[in-house]
Design a protein around this ligand. Structure first.
Ligand code: ZN
Ligand code: ZN
Length: 143
């Protein structure tokens, strides 16, 4: 931003005064400005726009929290995470007995959600509930 203003002022000076000596300095400034903008764009795209998965350590914590709060469910799989800004998005499949009521499975989901939100700052949790039979058919090792 500041370099952009400086470049603009420089260009104006050259135009108004016709002072050609300013040109090489100006060219260097323009180059620096472009490099700086490129670097900032790269940094933003790496850390912000391109979502990253959580670290192995956080993933271990997430798996542990799911496992210790999933009483009543059979198992969880397809745990996916991504971070965007400060938020951590967590999604996974939760296998429950096919005859379990929606109310009961929802209670389990809420419990896991709350536990994850307590363990991971700014966690956004999405749980896909799956009946045992379907998980088995999909090849998920259901014990
Ligand atoms: Zn599944
Ligand atoms: Zn709910």
């Amino acid at each position: 931003m500041l370099t952009s203003i400086a470049v603009l002022l420089g260009l104006l000076l050259v135009t108004v005064t016709g002072w050609q000596l300013l040109d090489p300095a100006l060219a260097a400034l323009v180059a620096a400005n472009i490099l700086w903008a490129g670097w900032r764009l790269m940094r933003v795209s790496i850390s912000g726009l391109m979502d990253e998965a959580v670290t192995a350590e956080v993933l271990r914590l997430i798996r542990h929290v799911i496992a210790t709060n999933a009483e009543g469910a059979i198992e969880a799989h397809d745990v996916k995470t991504r971070t965007a800004g400060r938020a951590t998005f967590i999604e996974f499949h939760l296998v429950v007995p096919g005859t379990m009521t929606v109310a009961t499975s929802h209670r389990i989901c809420d419990r896991i959600e709350q536990a994850l939100q307590a363990a991971v700052r700014d966690a956004e949790v999405l749980i896909h509930v799956e009946p045992e039979e379907e998980a088995k058919a999909a090849g998920v090792p259901v014990v």
